[in-house]
Design a binder for this molecule. Structure first.
Ligand code: FAD
Ligand code: FES
Ligand code: FES
Length: 495
């Protein structure tokens, strides 16, 4: 049995502070909503972040601003909403109101619901879009609607009317929240102070790096969590329980993203959405790759540090970060140490973190100067285009000088027990002319460099084949469409 928690959870809902006591550390927000608070409007579908039926919106003050994020309540621990404002589908219009919120009204007008099971989740994602875009005067294009709703699944209506509803919201009478009142009320909720000596502080949410490192040093066996988009599934699907949880997601230093000494320094607890937004400023070509990492509710909770620390061989950010030559900073009360990302992993889901250490920062070197001869491409091969995990991921970062490869770094996922750097293929290309013939040789090297396994996502042979094909695609893209001569390429390959 999980132990209870002496710490109180407080969050804001419908203009009132909700207070909960004795909530076990691994009780999910969805369980609290449906079972403890009787809010059954929020649905449970998959229980693993995949379908979006459980979507709720969280509000948080950041300086003067109130930010809004749609998240999956099924894999989010209830304690993690302490100090935040929460909206469920029941909260969008005043009790007994005749009028509905534009997110609801647009769904009705566009006939965007049939059985209705997915509808509360879609409405909450739409509510997040309404707050973040419609009220900011931004247009919701069909593409934006598709990207931001890709974490919500509907099995009967079809997506066209739902996407139309997203676009329709702006034409309906405006509904605004009272931001100053919400901010004032949120300020009255005290942060949970970690009491590392108490056996009952079962869910700890340190707010500074010093607090985090002290808690980690004192309780090296506690389960570290960030956005819980991996760990949440260990709870809901593997039925794991943790006596003590240390949540890094409120540590101010780890949420920052700053430029320092030629690098983008991304705090490990920066959400995937924030981290990708920062990366896109230097590499806009990553737009599609970023949008295909899970769905928005997962990117709003999950962190870049969680992806790296979790160390899944099919994690998507690591091949990218390896190709960008990123370095990790690990921290403990003993100090900090730094290493290239690819050196962090020691085996399948194993890494160099000591028991008292946390992953603190990811340092991504910024491009020295915009150069027309640099090319970065990130390819993700998955069974489903949206909201799916990679079978193979390949990221290539090439610099050419006078047609010769002056530098290349290649990160790969799904082809070994850990995310990897393709050092042999890099060596085969570096210093050589960027020609179709050299490319063909490098394709063979890349196919032979790793020993991928066969699993439910893909066979070993498929993965090897795809690796080489992606390198070929990269070469073709590097030529520009007008220069692609497939016949010449085939001839060169044969010679
Ligand atoms: C529906 C769905 C879709 C997904 N799609 C993708 C996808 O497309 N691509 C992909 O790569 N992943 C995907 N994931 C996996 C997951 O979202 C990512 O791995 C995410 O980045 C994990 O971050 P988190 O903050 O939620 O980590 P958590 O679940 O909180 O933690 C994961 C692990 O990292 C450790 N950890 C977290 N922070 C730190 C830290 N600062 N220091 C040390 N250890 C730490 C935890 O102890 C735990 O072992 C998906 C998950 C879901 C549920
Ligand atoms: S129930 Fe499916 S995402 Fe939460
Ligand atoms: S309306 Fe039935 S699942 Fe979407």
């Amino acid at each position: 049995m999980p132990i209870s928690n002496s710490q109180t959870i407080q969050f804001l809902r419908r203009g009132e502070v909700v207070t909960l006591n004795n909530v076990p550390p691994t009780r999910t927000l969805l369980e609290v909503l449906r079972e403890d608070l009787g809010c059954t409007g929020t649905k449970e579908g998959c229980g693993e972040g995949d379908c979006g039926a459980c979507t709720v919106v969280l509000g948080e003050t950041k300086g003067e601003q109130l930010t809004f994020k749609a998240v999956n309540s099924c894999i989010r621990m209830a304690h993690s909403v302490h100090g935040l404002a929460l909206w469920t589908v029941e909260d969008l219009s005043p009790v007994n109101a005749i009028s509905q919120h534009p997110a609801q009204e647009a769904m009705v007008q566009c006939h965007a619901s049939q059985c209705g099971f997915c509808t509360p989740g879609f409405v909450m994602s739409l509510f997040g879009m309404y707050q973040n875009h419609v009220l900011q005067g931004e247009t919701i294009t069909r593409e934006r609607a598709q990207t931001e709703l890709s974490g919500n699944l509907c099995r009967c209506t079809g997506y066209r009317p739902i996407l139309e509803a997203a676009q329709q919201m702006a034409s309906l009478p405006t509904v605004r929240l009272d931001h100053p009142a919400i901010t004032r009320q949120l300020a009255q909720i005290q942060p949970q102070t970690p009491d590392v000596d108490s056996p009952y502080s079962a869910y700890q949410m340190p707010s500074t790096l010093v607090e985090l490192l002290t808690a980690r040093a004192t309780q090296p066996r506690a389960q570290l969590v960030a956005g819980c988009t991996d760990v949440g599934l260990w709870v809901t699907k593997l039925h794991k329980q943790f006596d003590t949880v240390i949540d890094v997601s409120r540590v101010a230093e780890l949420r920052r993203i700053e430029q320092h000494a030629g690098s983008l320094v991304i705090g490990a607890a920066a959400t995937l959405q924030d981290a990708f937004t920062a990366l896109l400023q230097s590499w806009p070509e990553l737009n599609t790759f970023a949008a295909r990492f899970a769905g928005l509710p997962v990117r709003n909770s999950g962190t870049l540090g969680g992806n790296v620390a979790n160390g899944s061989p099919i994690g998507d950010s690591m091949p990218l970060l390896i190709a960008l030559k990123s370095r990790l900073v690990l921290a403990s009360v003993r100090g900090e140490r730094e290493m290239p990302l690819e050196d962090f992993y020691t085996g399948y889901r194993q890494n160099l973190l000591a028991a008292d250490e946390v992953l603190a920062f990811i340092k991504v070197p910024l491009p020295a100067s915009p150069s027309q001869t640099s090319l970065l491409r990130a390819y993700k091969i998955s069974k489903r285009y949206d909201d799916d995990i990679s079978a193979v991921c390949l990221v290539l970062n090439l610099t050419l000088q006078s047609g010769v490869v002056s530098d290349i770094s290649i990160g790969a996922g799904g082809v070994a027990a850990t995310p990897v750097r393709a050092l042999q293929t890099e060596a085969a290309l570096r210093g050589h002319p960027w020609t179709a013939a050299n490319l063909q040789a490098a394709m063979q090297t890349l196919r032979a460099e790793f020993e991928p396994i066969s699993d439910m996502r893909a066979s070993s042979g498929y993965r090897r084949q795809v690796l080489g094909n992606l390198l070929q695609r990269f070469w073709l893209e590097s030529q520009g469409e007008q220069h692609i001569n497939l016949e010449a390429l085939k001839l060169e390959a044969l010679t």
